[in-house]
Design a protein around this ligand. Structure first.
Ligand SMILES: Nc1ncnc2c1ncn2[C@@H]1O[C@H](COP(=O)(O)OP(=O)(O)OP(=O)(O)O)[C@@H](O)[C@H]1O
Ligand SMILES: O=C(O)C1=C[C@@H](O)[C@@H](O)[C@H](O)C1
Ligand SMILES: [Mg+2]
Length: 173
C-alpha cells in the first residue's frame, strides 16, 4: 500500500507523514524533498529560476513514477499536487494507493503560515494577517474540490501531531 497525504501548505503532510511511517514501519517519501534532490536546489529556487510550470511538470512526472514503483510507503505530496495535471485522478485510480486529506481550518492555516511563509514561494509575498486570510481563503476554495475527493479526511485543528497520527491509524485499519 502507498498512503498519500494531501492538504494545504503547512497542514503537516511532511511531519505527520514521517511519524506515521515510523509507526507503521513504512518507507517515507516527500515529493517536495524528492524534487529538491533531483533538481539539486530548493523548491523556492526551482520556482524562481525555472518557473512554476516547470515545477508542476516535474511534480507530475515524479508522482507518477513513485506511484508505479513504490510499496509500503507513506508519500507526502506538495500542497498543490492534487490540483494539477490530473494528479488527483491518478492517485484515486491507483489501486494500491489510499489518499488522506489533512484538513485544517482557515484560521489554523493563517496562524501557521504567518510564521513560516519564507520557504513557501506561493505565499512569501503576502504581508499582513488580513491579506493572508484573504489569499488562503480564496486558494482553499479553489483547491477544496480536489482535496475533498480523498478517501479519508482527518481534521488537524487543535490536535498534536501524535493525535493526528492516531486518528489516521484508526480510520485506515
Ligand atoms: N498538529 C500539529 N501541531 C503542531 N504543529 C504542527 C502540527 N502539524 C504540523 N505542525 C508544524 O507545522 C509546520 C508545517 O508542517 P509541515 O512542514 O509538515 O507541513 P506541510 O504540509 O508538509 O507543508 P508544505 O506543503 O509547505 O510542505 C511544521 O513546523 C510542523 O512541525
Ligand atoms: O501549495 C502549493 O502549490 C505548493 C506547496 C508546496 O508543498 C510546494 O510543492 C510548492 O511550494 C507549491
Ligand atoms: Mg511538506
Amino acid at each position: 500500500m502507498i498512503i498519500v497525504l494531501i492538504g494545504y501548505m503547512a497542514s503537516g503532510k511532511t511531519s505527520i507523514g514521517k511519524k506515521l511511517a515510523k509507526k507503521l514501519s513504512y518507507n517515507f517519501l516527500d515529493l517536495d524533498d524528492f524534487i529538491e534532490e533531483k533538481e539539486n536546489m530548493s523548491v523556492t529556487d526551482v520556482f524562481k529560476q525555472k518557473g512554476e510550470i516547470y515545477f508542476r511538470k516535474q511534480e507530475a512526472y515524479h508522482l507518477k513514477s513513485i506511484l508505479k514503483s513504490e510499496n509500503n510507503t507513506i508519500l507526502s505530496v506538495g500542497g498543490g499536487t492534487p490540483c494539477y495535471s490530473g494528479n488527483m485522478d491518478l492517485i484515486l485510480e491507483t489501486e494500491k494507493a489510499e489518499c488522506i486529506y489533512l484538513k485544517a481550518s482557515l484560521k489554523t492555516l493563517v496562524n501557521k503560515l504567518m510564521k513560516k511563509k519564507a520557504t513557501r514561494p506561493l505565499i512569501a509575498h503576502v504581508e499582513t494577517e488580513e491579506e493572508m486570510t484573504e489569499f488562503i481563503g480564496k486558494h482553499l476554495f479553489e483547491r477544496a474540490q480536489f482535496y475533498n475527493q480523498a478517501e479519508i479526511k482527518v481534521s488537524i485543528d487543535n490536535k498534536t501531531k501524535d493525535e493526528v497520527v492516531e486518528d489516521i491509524v484508526l480510520k485506515l485499519f
